[in-house]
Design a protein around this ligand. Sequence first.
Ligand code: HEM
Length: 231
Amino acid sequence: MRIGEGMRRVSYFQSSLGSRVVVALTGLGLAGFVVFHMLGNFQVFEGPDALNGYASLLRDMPILLWTGRLGLLGVAALHIALAIQLALRNRRARPVAYAVREFRNASLASRTMALTGSLLLLFIVFHLLHLTAGLVDPSAPDRLDARGHLDVYGKIVHAFRNPLYVVLYLIGQLVLAVHLSHAVSSSLQTLGFEHAALNRLFKTAEPAVALFVVLGNLAIIFAVFLGLVQA
Ligand code: HEM
């Protein structure tokens, strides 16, 4: 390697290190959100009172709700903007030979982070328009349950009785699984926890978070579709 090229690589890694750390931290925060979101939605198995009561807890505290929503939006925006910047910088700075070598060693999930990240964003926009804003499916207007809480349980049951939404959400889960399966261990490595023993643990546990979240979400989707959870 020539000296000039070496210097360029060092400054490239230094300047991108801060961005990588922020992408890693925000990514772990978002992964934490999907885990808690899945566990929260799991209350669909306890019936409408449990899920609707839980969903109304936050709604009854608008300041907390909007702080949480804006915080989540900020974290997601930072994650996406810096991840795009890093991907573009990578593409510009990396010599072809190096790119080919790394491409061969990288897993499918790591090579497709930009693609799965973009598809995941599309899914989230669709999901918000569908279940939060209620704009996608006019046949599911917002209703209140017997206790006067928004009927989130009814929305979920209405959605997953319909094969079209089942298929769209299954595609979303597939994309989420691939994106998360690489994201968690790569974030932990970026944050400097790269020890031989820890590294082995991350590699083994790499798909664990992804599997946990996606299997949980699939259980909800199929339980409704197969009529195990009913309105
Ligand atoms: C089977 C899977 C899922 C179900 C049943 C589900 C269900 C829901 C429901 C019912 C809401 C509206 C809650 C309310 O109005 O109180 C919601 C909101 C939301 N979901 Fe999901 N969700 C699923 C998967 C996901 C995934 C995979 C993500 C992210 C990758 C996600 C991100 C969000 C976000 C960001 C909101 C907005 C939260 C807010 O209102 O502030 N969801 N979800």
